[in-house]
Design a protein around this ligand. Structure first.
Ligand SMILES: Cc1cc2nc3c(=O)[nH]c(=O)nc-3n(C[C@H](O)[C@H](O)[C@H](O)COP(=O)(O)OP(=O)(O)OC[C@H]3O[C@@H](n4cnc5c(N)ncnc54)[C@H](O)[C@@H]3O)c2cc1C
Length: 437
């Protein structure tokens, strides 16, 4: 039987495995295996909420093994470390526990068709000290590490203020004025409110200093100027110290140093200044990559030079022509991964029927940015909205939340997704509104 192996159960990979499991795996037309380095899936655009505590990763996570059982595919825990294209085998690194004990040895796995959906990692652009002193939000584990440090720092600050050290405050610096940095900045102010509500009463808005640092001339450079200006205005209202046109040249224990030599002091630092594909992909023999390390793909999403390997999402380099005729790459966003997953699901099914492969076409459906529960901004494209419509406030927030609901529907089906939405509403009343540990 044809064996389809998908590596990476993120936004695109999990949707693809689910679709193929239901259409092919359940009927015994093909064996579908999903491999991920984690046991559970969290929708990556929610990681800033895991970091702040407004989302409890343990409640929202989808267990891969259970999901595979329900949807007709297999799940295997493993970390991809190489691909032997000539023998059509992938290599998985040994799995060790936290004491260093080996659970599984180095393994190889054969495939007929392979889909690489391993996402991206933060790009520190080799800026000195960043990897040692800054936290990245690339995985649920990293988001939880940030959350734990945030909790610890708030508790310490409360103690210091109670003991009369009135000049103390918590200083958090975030590098990168894209969606992650903007959304996290607002989330931190919500976190401060909840900590104060739940007992750390000494901590007022004046005791939290959030600096958002962007090298370019404006926040949200990938979105239109209206959204960018709206988000900038709202962040200033919340009290965020927004610094545009400020390049960070090094990070140390004390904080971040700018190109002008200024030290921005910080107790916690987050680096969210852009992404690149994981480095090991470029090491696969015979593949071509772009400047971001993404695997170059044909219009059908098959790797250039290897029609049996497909790539999707953040790790795929798909060239397209922009609205002004300029050449650009499909942006590393959830909607790209979602659309590519649908295209590969269709192409793999066509392949099994010996039908020709169809080209991928990226449709920009717009962008939404949420500033926690304070506000949201966005622009929706397509459908009735010729040229797009701008959204703001509650409507934009609703549209933002519905993106996650659509992902849940893609992996669970609409009935279960509606039930999950209902459960969230109930949890809103019966569980703490914020994760405090
Ligand atoms: C805080 C934050 C907010 C964001 N907000 C938005 C937003 O509002 N809108 C938007 O469109 N996009 C947003 N994004 C970007 C979006 O999350 C990504 O573009 C999207 O997740 C890419 O999907 P993917 O399937 O390519 O990869 P991912 O969703 O990142 O999934 C990759 C998967 O591969 C697994 N993996 C990685 N390496 C290996 C390996 N070696 N072996 C096995 N498994 C591996 C990972 O565990 C993960 O499950 C945000 C990102 C972040 C971090």
């Amino acid at each position: 039987m044809t064996h389809i192996v998908i590596v990476g159960g993120g936004v695109g990979g999990l949707e693809l495995a689910t679709a193929l499991g239901r259409k092919l795996g359940r009927k015994g037309t093909a064996e579908v295996t999903l491999i991920d380095r984690n046991h559970t899936h969290i929708w990556k655009p929610l990681l800033h909420e895991v970091a702040s505590g407004s989302l409890d990763a343990e409640l929202d996570a989808v267990n891969y093994r259970v999901h595979a059982h329900r949807n007709g595919f297999h799940f295997e825990l493993g970390t991809l470390c190489g691909v032997d294209r000539s023998h059509k085998r992938i290599q998985l690194a040994p799995l060790v526990d936290d004491t260093g004990d080996e659970i599984l040895p180095h393994r190889e796995k054969a495939y007929d068709y392979l889909v690489l959906a391993v996402g991206s990692v933060s790009n520190d652009f080799n800026v000195e000290g960043v990897s040692q002193h800054c936290i990245f939000l690339d995985s649920p584990g990293q988001a939880q590490v940030f959350h734990q440090r945030l909790v610890d720092r708030f508790i310490r600050l409360d103690q210091e203020l109670e003991s009369g050290q009135v000049d103390r405050k918590l200083r958090i610096a975030i590098v990168g004025g894209g969606a992650t940095g903007v959304e996290l900045s607002a989330e931190l102010f919500k976190a401060r409110e909840w900590f104060s509500t739940y007992g750390l009463k000494t901590i007022t808005p004046n005791h939290l200093e959030v600096s958002l640092i962007e090298a370019g001339p404006r926040l949200l450079p990938a979105l239109n100027e209206r959204i960018s200006a709206g988000a900038h205005r709202e962040l200033l209202k919340l009290g965020v110290k927004v610094r545009v046109a400020t390049a960070v040249v090094s990070a140390s224990k004390e904080g971040l140093t700018t190109k002008e030599g200024e030290l921005i002091r910080a107790d916690l630092m987050v680096w969210a200044a852009g992404v690149k594909a994981p480095g090991y992909l470029a090491g696969i023999e015979g593949v071509e990559t772009n400047r971001m390390g993404q695997l170059l793909v044909e219009p059908t999403l098959q790797l250039k030079g290897d029609p049996d390997i497909y790539a999707l999402g953040d790790c795929a380099g798909f060239g397209m022509t922009g609205p002004d005729g300029e050449q650009r790459w499909v942006p590393p966003r959830a909607q790209s991964a979602h659309q590519m997953a649908a295209c590969i699901a269709s192409n793999l099914r066509r392949r099994l029927k010996d039908k020709p492969q169809q080209p991928f076409q990226y449709k920009d459906m717009g962008s939404l940015v949420s500033l926690s529960e304070y506000s949201a901004f966005g622009r929706l494209m397509g459908g009735l909205a010729r040229g797009g419509i701008s959204l703001e406030g509650k409507v934009a927030r609703l549209a933002y939340v519905s993106l996650y609901r659509m992902h849940q529907a893609a992996i669970h089906g609409w009935p279960r997704a509606m039930l999950l939405a209902f459960t969230d509403k109930i949890n809103h009343f019966i569980r703490p509104r914020f994760k405090l540990h």
